[in-house]
Design a protein around this ligand. Structure first.
Ligand code: NAD
Ligand code: UD1
Length: 338
């Protein structure tokens, strides 16, 4: 089965590419490298023995994507391509709406032209907004976003749902990721943020590698077990494997289905710091700082639907995630720029 990975050179796409190759799929990557490195392709080859077919194109460009579909006999698509920085999306909302929505619209046009009707989409737990009743989120809960990035995810979810309603052969799987961290066990691919990281784990690994002096813990007065924010961290390899299950599901069903991909465990910022210290035998200096505007105190996935219907379950624990994040960072101090 030949699978197009839009944005497949990125963090989650590259890990999914490895899992696809290891399971006998033929991935084709379309990426404009706006947030990734061409070196990823050699790294994937080192891990799997196979270099994925690669097109350096903007997925929003109809002619380039059309050419790809003419040249490759694509069976299904996993749509990762898009911008993902919440903070930046407040500053440049149009840039976010344009890229995240236009890539999807062009993709749907080209898929239709070439008779491809299976798509798995990278959505996010951010679409649940601020949990009103319980921090344990299942797929039936109301959606509402607090930021432009999140709205792009909700709009694209709706565009895909409408497409599947209009075209009976169409199959859409919406995957709502919780907080992906970790890296492939080889240490050859991993998260490679630009500049100073916004997210917790890359910040911790940059403190560990001494690029940053200490971690700022954003608030210890939340209504959580130790006062710091609680999230559902999921190993990126578990997340990648969820995409293979989603593809299998899309192959057998029409219409739209949505699944949370999370572990079901809520971990506080201090849980992560302590697990990182234990897994890697090092102290992470930190200071308690003010809350970060817009942060939510606590949420985590109810992953039951994916467990039961996709027959998928996260297998790695927080210790594994901390070990593998550090293995990637210590071997690639400057990410792919080393
Ligand atoms: P990433 O930035 O590492 O990967 C996205 C890739 O898309 C990059 O390689 C980038 O170059 C490419 N891209 C962007 N716009 C493009 C365009 N117009 N044409 C071609 N390529 C383009 O991000 P990631 O962490 O791998 O996330 C993948 C997807 O999952 C994104 O849609 C993101 O919003 C979503 N997601 C990520 C997280 C997370 O925490 N990483 C959480 C929830 C959802
Ligand atoms: C953010 C995004 C979400 C995205 C996710 C993973 C928002 C509202 N949501 O989630 O869309 O899917 O990133 O990319 O921005 N923390 C610190 N110090 C730091 C960094 C983080 O204490 O230097 C704390 C935060 O306050 C939070 C937790 O760590 O409690 C996790 O933060 P982060 O990794 O940024 O992810 P989210 O905010 O959950």
């Amino acid at each position: 089965m030949k699978v197009l990975l839009t944005g497949g050179a990125g963090y989650i796409g590259s890990h999914t590419c490895v899992e696809l190759i290891n399971s006998g799929y033929e991935p084709v990557i379309a990426d404009n490298l706006s947030n990734s490195s061409i070196k990823v392709l050699d790294r994937i080859e080192k891990i799997t023995g196979k270099k994925p077919i690669f097109y350096e194109i903007d997925v929003a460009d109809f002619d380039s994507l059309d050419k790809l579909f003419f040249e490759q006999d694509i069976d299904a698509v996993i749509h990762f391509a898009g911008y993902k920085a919440v903070g930046e999306s407040y500053m440049f909302p149009v840039k976010y709406y344009r890229n995240n929505i236009n890539t999807t619209l062009t993709l749907l046009d080209v898929m239709k032209k070439h008779g491809v009707n299976k798509i798995v989409f990278s959505s996010s737990a951010t679409v649940y907004g601020i949990p009103k009743t319980t921090p344990c989120l299942d797929e039936t809960m109301p959606t509402c976003c607090a930021n432009p990035y999140g709205w792009t995810k909700l709009f694209v979810e709706q565009i895909l749902r409408d497409t599947a309603t209009a075209e009976k052969e169409f199959s859409v799987v919406l995957l709502r990721y919780f907080n992906p961290i970790g890296a492939h066990e080889s240490g050859l691919i991993g998260d490679n943020p630009n500049g100073i990281p916004n997210n917790l784990m890359p910040y911790i690994t940059q403190v560990a590698v001494k690029k940053l002096p200490y971690l700022r813990v954003f608030g210890n007065d939340y209504n959580t077990k130790d006062g710091t924010g609680v999230r559902d961290y999921i190993h990126v390899v578990d997340l990648a494997r969820g995409h293979l299950k989603a593809l299998e599901y899309a192959d057998k069903h029409n219409g739209t289905e949505v699944f949370n991909l999370g572990t079901g465990n809520g971990c506080s910022v201090l849980d992560v710091v302590n697990a990182f210290s234990k897994a890697n035998d090092m102290e992470i200096p930190y200071q308690i700082c003010d809350r970060r505007p817009g942060d939510i105190d606590e949420y985590f996935a109810n992953p039951k639907k994916a467990n039961e219907i996709l027959n998928w379950k996260a297998e790695f624990d927080l210790f594994d995630m901390c070990r593998d994040s550090w293995n990637w960072q210590k071997n690639n101090k400057n990410g792919y720029d080393d």
